[in-house]
Design a protein around this ligand. Structure first.
Ligand SMILES: Cc1cc2nc3c(=O)[nH]c(=O)nc-3n(C[C@H](O)[C@H](O)[C@H](O)COP(=O)(O)O)c2cc1C
Length: 206
């Protein structure tokens, strides 16, 4: 089993990464592999709403979005992370996730997911809610912890002092490991994935 972490922070080894590493350690203790993808500091293209992905099956822009969607089968769960910028997630992670889900949400159906946010002081829960929105409309079970998955600090050194935040990340790892093992056991016992109806789309113009 393998879990993909996507870090949208411009700091490869900042607070968001520190929190993710804490969750990774717990997953690894349970024999679950982890990979952290750092999106970097070059600006990531946002969605241009061309809709071509629905015909092509992938985004028109060839970057990390198509790479990750192309590798979705390798991963059993997805965790995304972001620093809080003005009470929301940073633009790097929303650009990535808008395109990842608009062009390939079906690839992630049934895979547990969660988000992690880091901030100096406030706005964490709004950013956390925003990130979970991607999973909540993509048939992905959202994994929670003992508190919302947030860590506080302006630097990794400061975040390392947030003992409750770090414990929250470890509990997230425990809950995710447990759920992944339950899903695997269910599959082996013959529990089938849900069969969904054809999706109805209404736009309320009449
Ligand atoms: C543009 C910008 C906006 C920010 N907005 C907030 C904010 O609304 N609330 C907050 O508590 N911290 C805010 N911060 C601080 C970061 O969220 C905080 O330092 C975070 O933990 C950094 O995570 P990282 O090391 O993973 O990048 C902001 C920082 C920047 C650069």
């Amino acid at each position: 089993m393998k879990v993909l972490f996507v870090n949208g922070s411009p700091h490869e080894h900042g607070c968001t990464d520190l929190a993710m590493q804490e969750t990774c350690k717990v997953l690894q203790k349970h024999g679950i592999d982890t990979e952290i993808l750092w999106l970097g500091t070059s600006s990531l293209q946002g969605c241009i709403a061309c809709g071509k992905c629905h015909k092509k099956g992938k985004c028109v822009f060839e970057d990390a979005v198509n790479e990750v969607n192309g590798r979705a089968d390798e991963f059993d769960a997805l965790i995304v992370g972001s620093p809080v910028y003005y009470g929301g997630p940073c633009s790097q992670i929303t650009a990535f996730l808008d395109r990842l889900f608009y062009s390939g949400a079906a690839k992630w159906t049934g895979k547990p997911a969660s988000s992690i946010v880091s901030c100096r002081r406030g706005g964490a829960s709004a950013a956390y809610d925003r990130l979970n929105k991607y999973f909540e409309m993509s048939n992905m079970p959202v994994v929670t912890s003992q508190y919302w998955n947030q860590i506080h600090g302006n630097s990794a050194d400061e975040a390392a002092q947030d003992l409750e935040g770090l414990q929250t990340m470890r509990t997230l790892g425990e809950n995710l490991a447990w759920l992944l093992k339950c899903i695997e056991a269910g599959r082996k016992a013959g529990i089938e994935a849900p069969a969904y109806e054809k999706r109805i789309g209404t736009n309320f113009i009449r």
